[in-house]
Every structure is written in C-alpha cells, then in structure tokens.
Design a protein around this ligand. Sequence first.
Ligand SMILES: [Zn+2]
Length: 426
Amino acid sequence: MSARVIDRVIGEIDRAVDEIVAFACELVRIPTVNPPGEAYEPCARLIGNHLARRGFDIEYITAEGRPEHTSRYPRVNVVGARRGSTRGPVVHFNGHTDVVPAGDGWTVEPFGGLVRDGRIYGRGACDMKAGLAAAIFAAEALRRADVSLAGAIEISGTVDEESGGFAGVAWLAERGRIARGRTDYVIIPEPLNVDRICIGHRGVYWFELTLRGRIAHGSMPFLGVSAIDAMAHVVEMIRTGLQPALERRSTTMPVVPDAARHATINVNGLEGGQAIDGIQTPCVADRCRAVFDRRFLLEEGLDDVRREIEELVGRAVASLDGVTSEMRDLMIVHPVMTPDGSPLVDALDRAIRRVLGRPARLVASPGTYDHKHVARIAGIPHCVAYGPGELELAHQPDEWCGIDDLVHATKVMAAATLDLMGIVAG
Ligand SMILES: [Zn+2]
C-alpha cells in the first residue's frame, strides 16, 4: 500500500478534527437511553442523513415484530453502504446507538456533549458514540483524499446492544443484512482502548434456580422446611466448592482484566418467602428463587457447565429433607473468538503500529457485546472490537472520551480499511 496515499488520508483526518468532535457531541446530545430505548429514531436519522451527504446509500431497518419494538419506543437501525469502484471486500463498521441510563454522581450534564480539556463528556461519549463518529470520519477521509477503493464500506448504527442486541445486530444478521458471503470484515468500535484489538469474549450462562420447602407457622419453624435456608446452603456450596474450582480454570484467550481470565459465577438476585415491604405474617418460607450468572471459558462446554451446576444443586437438595428444586435457563451466549491469523487483526495491527508507533495488544472482553451475533448468527469469522475510549469509563458518571484517542482511532480505522479493501487508484 502506498505510504503517500495513507499520509493523504491521515492529513484529511487532521484537518477534520473539529468536525469529528462536533459530530460525536451531536450524537451524545441525543439521549438514546436504554432501557427503555429512548430517541432511537432521531439518532438513526442523524447518522443516516450524515452518511447520505457523504456518498452512502441508506437503509432504515426497523425490528418489526420484536416485543420491545413499540410505537412509543421504535427500534430503528440504520445501515449505510458506499461502494468502491470495483468489486472487492466489504468492510462493515457497526456501532450501537443506545446508552445506559446516566445514573447519579455526574458533575456535568450527561447529555450536554461538553468539550473540556481535550475530552468529550457525556453518557455514551466513550461507549460508544465516539466510536461511531470515528468510523464515519474514517470513511469520509478516504473519500476526501479521493482514493479509489475496491469493495465497499458499510456503517451501521444499531439499537439495544446494552440489552442483548436482539432488535439490533441480531435482527440485521437474522435478515441477512450482515451475513457471511455478503460481509467480509466487521469492526465494532467499542471503547477497548486505542491500541487494543478485542478478539472475542467469554460465554454466558444465566439460570434461575427455584427451591421449594414447606410452609409452617413462623413460631414453630421446626414444623416446616425453609426454602431460604436451602438456598443459603446452595450458595454456600457454590462459594466454598465451585468458586475455588472455577478460579483454577483459566483460558488461553487474553481476557482483561487478568482476574477474568478464569471462569466465574455471580448471584444476580435472590428472593424468598414474603415480600419484605408487605405486611408480615409468621411463616416459614416455602419458596426461594435466585438468578445466577456463570461466565464460562472457550475451553469449557455449555453442557459440562450446566451439568456441574445441576450436580451441585442435586447434592445440596439430597442432603436436605423435604426440599425440591427446579432450574431454568435464562440466557446462553457461547464464547466467540476471532480466528488466529485473521487478516482483519493483521490489518488493524499494522494500522496501530503506523499511527501510534507501537504494536497492538490483543485482548478479549470479560463480558459480551454484539460480536456474538456477528459470529453466531451471521457466521462471519472476521470480527473484532476496536475503538476509542477507555473501557473502565464506560457506564460510569462523568464518562468521557479523549479527543486524541478519537482522532487516533479514526486514523487507525481509515488505514486498516485501506489495507483491507485495496487501492484501485490513488
Ligand atoms: Zn458498548
């Protein structure tokens, strides 16, 4: 690839810094809060109108039929495509438009889009409206530099990533809009730090456990069987038996932080007996429910993960007279990992070396993100997360993204896109 062409593209990005920042701020000012899924349509329109002015063909794809798509909170996704001068690879940037609620503890207006001391502040500044702005201006810089490319660049803004992405990326993948054979490379500009490439995530197994005992008068608890006591026993067995075993299991995936390189389990919630806020009557709790979040490794299979839990619950219940149990799966996400030697990882690594002067670090995410839908539903192996902003700032009060980061990420995305698509004429 010609160094002269890259320098020209990078020059266009340097000239566009104010525009990039202004656009990221404009995105932050639309409060696309999820839940419930506020202002998705104006956000999709803002992105669509912007891309349309920059040579993209635009489609709005609404998740008609999904229960969360309502007239009050429509789930509107936008996809733009700009074709090159000849056939070639399709590079797709996908960013989610939703943000989590602002929460408490802010010292700036969460949806003000404030710029101060080289930072853009606001809910979604780093997760991940700066990433969307970076992708859009990476494509725009290629156009302004008048580079003729093979293939196509696509940019999508999708909804509901924070709540599972079913009306967003999963919806586009199920309808074949993002699909193997149609889409070659997917880059998700999540805030993973500007020199890191995220190649996947651990698996998720959420399940609900219900234990039943026998009701009796609370003054004579020995006549009943407490489901709360039984749940306490299960939780204790998890804490003293399962958890240490999980800590000894580690993955070869480069999950960050280090402590998440092991399998983990967390109790999301627990309820049993009478509602605390209601009127109390003296009763032994005959029912207790809890939801667990088990994160599993690429090296563990879901069947084994589930069997291990079932056996533990079975042992606990067998040791308690009069207790029965029931387990229900709530959510399953299998681990995903970009294959070794992926041309997408190589192209981003070269671009990071060029722009930042240091090699990329490969990481994997402790949680999940839309990669799962790209890999599992669309069947596209070459997918990574790469974008501006620091992971630790996501979902925090006073969330911000550094303008330096934003500009560097824009350059990296542009250079990687050039590399992947190939120059026809420049
Ligand atoms: Zn995100």
